[in-house]
Design a protein around this ligand. Structure first.
Ligand code: FUB
Length: 458
């Protein structure tokens, strides 16, 4: 994404800078889609699919090879955890393209990720940690019969009685009961006949199910959200008294909008608030007028109605979700923890290595939202591997906001030479947005692993 961003014209840079106050889309360093958020302990694990930068122009020309993970504890600053699985994780499927929608769920301390290998079936991966490594425990597809092209978009749900269900499908919806091991199933695969049924009518196809099911339960109600109507796709949902239906269509969570041909919901409750995730094409259309399948995950907060129904929301806002709490700058913060970033990219060498920020050039920046300096900070510290070298300006509340200090990073030309560097900063207290603005030439200035502030002593 870096080189394309760098080639933007001035107008586009101005537009982008205006967006620096935005929180949607939530990831700017890669194209992400098909959000599958999972709340585990105090953290939101946002698993996403990944549209490659070089997906060619044209509808349906997806180029998708791996699955990504981002985490957050405040819904606005997201830490890039990199690729957690790829088509290579499945020996039995297509290898070059087709890493479509997926979902991860925890059961008894293990993490099960159900993945579409488009054109080959749905597989399952298992890990001991939500970060992976994820491995294929069965060495074959979990589901995918004759109608292989319909076998996409798994959604997994475990009911209070311990029964687990796997749902999937385009343009129909199917489900099967998973066994307790979560890697096999029992009984018949059932096609759900009535998911598009409209309230009070026997049948209807107006707001019909398309793909991307998202099954969950809340306050005794079962929900099936999905990409509805085509095309463009909106997000619709149905409710039921049982995980297997009958489902009654309730309406749109978000109406279709020509700004996004497709859609894929993910819905969670986190720290007492409710959120719907989906995607738009905003970053793609900021780069080019041509439609490439290069999507970007967005989030909106909403409140359930007292009867459990979901209000219809407007199209993805620019402002997105509000921050829950604040970010503690006195603990080590991964450099790839980002509210908004421009120009740079993130990288990890392989599935097990550390993630870092790279391709840093003059004028690139990272914004981190709602950083709480409490009674004060006096020093900034960063772990960097200097290449050409440059500096990090530490500013608050705006990219051109008050300058707290500048960390000089002397070039060494080697990206292996990690160093912890520090600089004193002007006194700062309370909660601010922090902008780390990179200065130097247009070469790779340095790689950047983590930062933190040191408390002022009074
Ligand atoms: O991302 C590829 C496919 O597009 C997904 O599997 C569908 O849900 C749609 O979003």
């Amino acid at each position: 994404m870096k080189n394309r961003l760098r080639n933007f014209c001035t107008l586009l840079m101005v537009t982008f800078s205006l967006l620096a106050g935005a929180q949607n889309p939530v990831i700017q360093t890669k194209f992400t889609a098909d959000p599958a958020p999972m709340v585990y302990k105090d953290t939101v694990y946002l698993y996403t699919t990944h549209d490659e930068d070089d997906a060619g122009p044209g509808m349906g020309k997806f180029l998708m090879k791996d699955w990504l993970l981002y985490t957050s504890t405040d819904m606005v600053n997201w830490t890039d955890r990199g690729v957690v699985a790829s088509l290579k994780s499945f020996s039995w499927g297509r290898q070059e393209n087709g890493a479509w929608a997926h979902q991860c769920i925890e059961r008894n301390g293990k993490f099960y990720m159900y993945c579409t290998v488009q054109g080959s079936g749905i597989g399952v991966l298992v890990a001991d940690s939500p970060y992976g490594p994820f491995k294929d425990p069965i060495g074959k597809k979990l589901v995918g019969g004759e109608d292989i092209w319909s076998t996409i978009d798994p959604s997994v749900f475990i009911d209070d009685d311990g029964e687990a269900y796997l749902y999937w499908g385009n343009p129909g919806l199917w489900y099967v009961k998973l066994n307790k091991d979560m890697i096999s199933y029992s009984g018949e695969i059932v096609k759900v006949p009535e998911v598009g049924k409209v309230k009070g009518q026997a049948t209807a196809d107006l707001y019909h199910y398309q793909e991307g099911p998202w099954a969950y339960k809340r306050n005794g109600h079962y929900y099936m959200a999905y990409a509805s109507t085509c095309c463009p796709e909106g997000i619709g949902y149905a409710m039921s008294n049982s995980p297997t239906g009958p489902w009654e269509y309730q309406g749109y969570i978000m109406k279709p909008d020509k700004r996004s041909s497709g859609n894929h919901p993910g819905i969670i409750d986190y720290k007492g608030k409710s959120y719907v995730f989906g995607f738009n094409f905003r970053l793609n259309f900021m780069q080019t007028a041509a439609h490439h399948e290069r999507r970007s995950v967005c989030i909106e907060e909403f409140k359930y109605n007292p009867d459990g129904t979901i209000p219809e929301l407007p199209w993805w806002s620019e402002t997105g979700a509000k921050q829950v709490g604040s970010l503690n700058p006195f603990k080590l913060v991964e450099a790839e923890t980002i509210n908004w970033a421009e120009g740079l990219s993130t990288k990890k060498a392989d599935l097990s290595s550390q993630m870092y920020v790279t391709n840093v050039s003059n004028g690139d920046f990272i914004k981190v939202k709602g950083v709480d300096f409490a009674k004060g900070a006096k020093k900034f510290e960063a772990n960097v591997a200097p290449l050409a070298g440059g500096s990090i300006e530490i500013r608050i509340d705006d990219k051109a906001g008050s300058l707290l200090g500048t960390l000089q990073v002397k070039g060494t030309g080697s990206d292996k030479n990690w160093k912890i560097l520090s600089c004193h900063i002007k006194s700062v207290k309370g909660k601010h947005d922090v902008y780390l603005v990179f200065k130097g030439g247009n070469d790779n200035l340095f790689n950047f692993d983590w930062w933190q502030f040191k408390k002022a002593v009074y």
